[in-house]
Design a protein around this ligand. Structure first.
Ligand code: ARG
Length: 261
């Protein structure tokens, strides 16, 4: 009899311990989730001034996109954590669940919209061609035929360059590398986003390069959000709208591009 009671006692102790630890673990998990939910993991390719790049010390991510996403995160009550990833690795990183959103001067395209959901457009862009200052042969997109062109891997610029007949397209990991290639004479032209070309030229690049006035495409930048997170997309759009209506967006815009025309 006493043995039976002892067994019963032990069994109930066991069950209770299991229950308590179970609860504890559950609580811990919930807490972890709560703190995790306060962090917005942002992916970008930080070599695309003036949208995302590293400051002179290479310590901080700065630029129009960086200011904008920090303001959006603040509006949503999230802490923003930036991760620097190759441009063509950004959507795969989001697919793998390593980042929650992408802001990276990323053009809203039909192809990408199959994989991610985009916020409302936040910047109007397009492509231009940069060539050496003394180049007399390339004056328009058509003149690129048969030429060597540098582009960044996975970009709309790369797609556009590949449409050029008989052109040799050299692909690089960053837009900075494409400008370098032009400078050292490895290519005759760079096809890249207009504001990025303009910024490069304004920052000293115009010593040996120039941009053609022709604008090849009309493109809108959007913030990409995981397709499985409809709620996050709504929050991002609401925050963006708020920043546009309260003047914060205009302030950030003016800081990087001057007052809007
Ligand atoms: N707008 C172009 C695209 O979406 C180029 C973007 C490149 N962005 C970057 N951070 N490197 O393809």
């Amino acid at each position: 009899m006493s043995k039976k009671i002892l067994t019963l006692f032990m069994v109930s102790m066991f069950v209770m311990t299991a229950l308590f630890t179970g609860c504890g673990a559950q609580k811990e998990q919930a807490q972890a989730k709560e703190t995790k939910e306060k962090v917005l993991r942002v992916g970008c390719n930080a070599d695309f001034a003036p949208f995302e790049f590293q400051d002179v010390n290479g310590k901080e991510y700065v630029g129009f996109d960086m200011d904008l996403i920090r303001a959006i995160g603040k509006e949503m009550g999230y802490e923003v954590q930036i991760q620097n990833i190759n441009f063509d690795g950004l959507i795969p990183a989001m697919d793998a669940g390593n980042i929650d959103v992408i802001i990276s001067g990323m053009t809203i395209t039909d192809e990408r919209s199959k994989k991610v959901q985009f916020s409302k457009p936040y910047y109007q862009s397009g492509l231009t061609i940069a060539v050496k200052n003394d180049n007399k042969t390339i004056n328009s997109f058509k003149d690129l035929e048969g030429k060597t062109i540098a582009v960044q891997i996975g970009t709309t610029g790369a797609e556009e360059a590949k449409k050029v007949k008989d052109a040799k397209v050299k692909e690089f990991n960053s837009s900075a590398d494409t400008f370098m290639e032009l400078k050292i004479g490895g290519v005759e032209a760079v096809v890249n986003d207009r504001p990025v070309n303009d910024y490069y030229l304004a920052q000293g690049g115009s010593k040996d390069a120039k941009a053609l006035s022709e604008i090849l495409t009309a493109e809108d930048y959007g913030i990409a959000i995981n397709k499985n997170n409809a709620d996050l997309a709504k929050q991002v759009d609401a925050a963006l709208e708020k920043l546009k209506s309260n003047g914060e967006y205009d302030k950030i815009y003016a800081k990087w591009f001057g007052a809007k025309k």
